[in-house]
Write a protein that binds this ligand. Structure first.
Ligand SMILES: Cc1cc2nc3c(=O)[nH]c(=O)nc-3n(C[C@H](O)[C@H](O)[C@H](O)COP(=O)(O)OP(=O)(O)OC[C@H]3O[C@@H](n4cnc5c(N)ncnc54)[C@H](O)[C@@H]3O)c2cc1C
Length: 297
């Protein structure tokens, strides 16, 4: 029987953050393992236009090409879902349901999972005319009949920001009536229609045409911004007692993206930013620091 190797670095999650770290560490001739369960958020992005030197590339292509690139530098990639990470002395043990792997350093780049409201037909239009991120897709709303759907004051802020940057034809649907009166006044002054109630169904043959409310009202629209946030994929970190930021959600990291546990790095949405180019940059920074630490060992 051959003994399992101790990897220099185990990367959990093959999104832009994890793959970029893998490419750097592979090119430092380090022994690297990527464990990924597939179908991450990047693969939902159909048309990424804000990544330098890419006029338009799908998230699926970024991941496919990144995976090929990492493998070409000797990185091992396996499909699996990590269920726990533990540290004993200087070695981490990473477990999936069926296996365990040992590594000296860890990069966690597991991103998040969209909170998708229960509205009929949402999956038909999701990532096309129903989107979730102003920085990613706000530009596609330019000059178009827009609906923002949410349930908080932040959704009202989002509608005002989108009105300023992209579209004057704006309706805000709030599922709960939590808005203070001065906010309602401000929306009115900005020319934003406010509807309180629950959306029932999206209408449209191919492109979006209208949102039907539970009371039967039809709100015409071409583009919808669904504002319900996303959950972080971080359950497997619960045994490590890592320090979090004051928001109680994202993780504390230093300037090299090392967490409060030495040797464990966290990049991407788990430490606050939700953009492909940023996750990739953070992955590169983490990999450079791991290279340095490995040389000092
Ligand atoms: C519809 C949509 C459009 C977007 N458009 C843009 C855009 O135009 N421009 C832009 O910059 N950003 C865009 N984004 C945001 C972008 O997708 C994220 O910023 C990016 O995914 C973050 O990269 P990541 O590497 O942290 O995570 P992800 O791409 O989410 O990758 C994480 C990976 O980890 C895996 N994983 C999770 N948990 C585990 C586990 N326990 N074990 C093993 N693997 C695990 C997942 O399966 C996934 O493959 C968009 C997002 C969405 C949803």
């Amino acid at each position: 029987m051959t003994e399992k190797p101790i990897y220099d670095c185990i990367i959990i999650g093959a999104g832009p953050g994890g793959l970029q770290a893998a490419i750097y560490l592979g090119r430092f001739n380090r022994r690297v393992l990527v464990i990924d369960r597939g179908a991450g958020r990047t693969t939902h992005a159909r048309h990424i236009e804000n990544y330098l030197a890419q006029k338009g590339i799908s998230g699926t292509d970024i991941i496919r090409i990144g995976m090929e690139q990492a493998r070409s530098f000797g990185v091992d990639v396996i499909k699996g879902e990590v269920v726990s990470v533990l540290k004993d002395k200087d070695i981490f043990t990473v477990s999936t349901a069926t296996d365990t792997y040992a590594g000296r350093y860890i990069v966690v780049s597991t991103g998040g999972k969209e909170n998708i409201p229960e509205i009929e037909n949402i999956h038909k239009f999701f990532a096309r005319t129903v989107v979730t991120c102003i920085d990613c897709d706000g530009y596609h709303f330019t000059g178009r009949k827009t609906v923002v759907i949410g349930n908080s004051i932040k959704s009202a802020d989002l509608a005002m920001g989108m009105r300023e940057m992209y579209s004057k034809d704006m309706t805000l649907i709030l599922c709960t009536d939590k808005l203070p009166p001065d906010y309602k006044e401000e929306l009115k002054d900005e020319g934003i229609r406010l509807v309180i109630g629950r959306p029932k169904r999206f209408h449209g043959a191919d492109a979006g045409e209208a949102v039907e409310m539970e009371d039967g009202t039809m709100i015409p629209c071409e583009m919808v911004m669904s504002h319900f946030g996303f959950k972080l994929n971080d359950q497997f970190l619960s045994g490590l007692n890592l320090k979090k930021e004051s928001d109680g959600r994202t993780y504390q990291v230093n300037r090299d993206f090392e967490s409060s546990l030495r040797g464990l790095y966290i990049v991407g949405p788990l430490c606050g930013h939700d953009q492909v180019v940023i996750a990739a940059g953070e992955g590169a920074i983490a990999a450079l620091d791991i290279k340095k630490q490995l040389l000092e060992m």
